[in-house]
Design a protein around this ligand. Structure first.
Ligand SMILES: *[C@@H]1O[C@H](CO)[C@@H](O)[C@H](O)[C@H]1NC(C)=O
Ligand SMILES: *[C@@H]1O[C@H](CO)[C@@H](O)[C@H](O)[C@H]1NC(C)=O
Ligand SMILES: *[C@@H]1O[C@H](CO)[C@@H](O)[C@H](O)[C@H]1NC(C)=O
Ligand SMILES: *[C@@H]1O[C@H](CO)[C@@H](O)[C@H](O)[C@H]1NC(C)=O
Ligand SMILES: *[C@@H]1O[C@H](CO)[C@@H](O)[C@H](O)[C@H]1NC(C)=O
Length: 481
């Protein structure tokens, strides 16, 4: 009673929102959906069946301008490090299995920050921040436990990619799970962690599902939920989303059953937009995964639970993936992190008040392939794209099969710059670059300031033969960088 009263007083002066009634930091569950598009979730698209996720989003804080990178590794590196990928060398593409690359080891990453605050830290699912050395892998970078895979993608049942296993419990390869759909297994592992957790310690669970990235695979019962969808791939894809929804339902049910829910802050986000060549969809947003258009970068996201003082509402402020390290560290009661690109948005999110973030860099990639730039920035309502925005430049409807279209976007057919007013034109239909040279100049100057801070992309073109899994018992393994 006294503690609650004290907190009520202290909340007013914003001091107590980091300590729960239990006298220790709140639990944090950070759920990432892979390649989930803007239009692939029930709360944006009534054709998709996601009742559990919709309910959390509706009763939580909907993140309406939450930006991520156009691809997996860069977004995950941003979540973990709080740095833009153009500061860590990960801006060009994703980390390939045979590249000796990982998120730089001199950066203290999110689980390490939370460990310093006393958290138990667990990762289930996809890592994709590099694994060429053991020091790059999750259990050497602040996670107490790991169950999942190191790379980009793999078969959902065999857990094999390019002929070799990528699937581990901590550091040990798991050969005994052939045939188990990863969404089910990862949920089992996550609920097991919650059930075993001693609540006197704060819990950090980073639950990065394989769903809903390709390959398009789903148990028949989920596909059967969509008899009206004619495209087989879109039907299966929709089933994958519903399996993910059931998974989130099971995780939250376990949190409730174990009495953790009241004290848990949940963050749910996609890592990038839907891949329209893999049946993902971002309509009415423009573009796809791979592009710096909003369809590739404006992610489905919400927060739910402990510490949010205003719920059932929409947070319209700008957020970028880099903000989660400082923000979650603050939500955990840590001292403010100010040495990163990310901004601590916890004071704004917890009170649903305006975001201090006024600009976002979508990417800056100086790599020669693909051509020229691939850079974009938003300042206030305006967005400038400089050079090639990526493939799939159109507005795709859910059942459109885009892999059969010629979607490559020729640099020659466009101006160097495209300028949009996202407040009036969130779907990027009216390029204003010819009408607002003043604004082009202003944003280009701001982008140039960021470009000066970039490190070169770390993207070795030649595969490293020492990565060959045949050298390590037919498992993609560390030990070659
Ligand atoms: C990490 O090392 C790189 C290369 O030496 C350096 O440029 C960078 O500033 C370092 N980053 C941190 C956070 O120490
Ligand atoms: C992972 O390994 C640990 C330690 O051997 C074991 O207790 C746990 O049950 C394993 N987890 C799974 C999901 O197999
Ligand atoms: C998984 O099982 C299938 C069918 O029995 C088999 O063909 C495949 O080789 C197995 N893969 C692994 C990695 O065990
Ligand atoms: C949980 O941890 C606390 C503090 O270490 C300990 O006192 C308590 O016995 C533990 N509870 C269980 C059920 O293990
Ligand atoms: C959710 O839990 C139910 C009941 O235990 C189980 O049948 C189902 O397979 C689980 N679903 C997922 C996606 O984990």
């Amino acid at each position: 009673m006294f503690v609650q009263l004290l907190c009520t007083v202290l909340v007013i002066i914003n001091l107590c929102d980091d300590v729960s009634a239990a006298g220790r930091p709140r639990h944090i569950v950070f759920i990432v959906a892979d390649d989930l598009g803007w239009n692939d979730i029930g709360f944006h698209n009534p054709d998709i069946i996601t009742p559990n996720i919709d309910k959390l989003a509706r009763e939580g804080l909907l993140l309406n301008h939450h930006y991520v990178q156009p691809l997996c590794s860069p977004s995950r590196a941003a979540f973990m490090s709080g740095y833009y990928p153009f500061k860590t060398g990960l801006q060009h593409s994703v980390i390939l299995e045979n590249q000796p690359v990982c998120l730089p080891l001199n950066i203290t990453i999110l689980p390490q920050k939370l460990k310093e605050l006393g958290y138990a830290t667990h990762i289930v699912g996809k890592w994709h921040n590099g694994f060429c050395s053991w020091n790059c892998t999750p259990t050497y970078r602040g996670f107490d436990s790991f169950f999942g895979y190191y790379g980009a993608m793999e078969d959902y049942y065999t857990h094999v990619i390019r002929g070799f296993l990528d699937y581990r419990n901590n550091t040990t390869p798991v050969w005994t799970d052939n045939g188990t759909y990863s969404t089910l297994r990862f949920t089992d592992v996550a609920t097991d962690i919650i059930e075993r957790h001693n609540q006197s310690q704060p819990l950090f669970l980073y639950l990065a599902y394989q769903a809903v990235y390709g390959p398009i695979e789903v148990p028949a019962k989920y596909e059967a939920m969509y008899p009206n969808i004619k495209s087989e791939n879109r039907r299966k894809f929709s089933g994958m989303v519903s399996a993910l929804d059931e998974a989130v339902g099971n995780v939250t049910k376990t949190l409730r059953q174990r009495g953790l829910m009241d004290d848990t802050l949940i963050l749910f986000t996609a890592d990038n937009g839907g891949g329209v060549d893999e049946s993902g969809n971002n309509y009415p947003l423009r573009g796809s995964k791979f592009t710096v258009y909003e369809g590739g970068t404006r992610a489905v996201g919400f927060m739910y639970g402990s510490g949010l003082q205003k719920t059932g509402t929409v947070f319209d402020g700008m957020i970028h993936a880099v903000d989660w390290l400082p923000t979650l560290t603050a939500a955990a009661g840590g001292t403010p992190v100010s040495d990163r690109d990310g901004i601590n948005l916890w004071p704004s999110l917890s009170t649903a008040s305006p975001s201090p973030r006024t600009e976002v860099v979508y990417n800056y990639d100086s790599h020669p392939q693909p051509v020229q730039g691939h850079a974009a920035i938003r300042v206030g309502d305006y967005k400038l794209i400089d050079g090639y925005p990526g493939p799939f430049p159109d507005w795709y409807k859910p059942e459109q099969v885009t892999s059969s279209l010629n979607t490559r976007f020729s640099r020659d057919s466009a101006n160097q710059y495209q300028l949009f007013n996202l407040k009036d034109d969130p779907n990027e239909r009216n390029d204003l670059s010819n009408f607002r040279p003043d604004m082009v100049k202003k944003l280009a100057a701001r982008l140039a300031w960021y470009k000066k801070q970039a490190v070169p992309p770390n993207f070795p073109e030649t595969p490293d033969d020492l990565s060959n899994p045949a050298l390590y018992g037919n498992v993609w393994s560390p030990g070659w960088c």
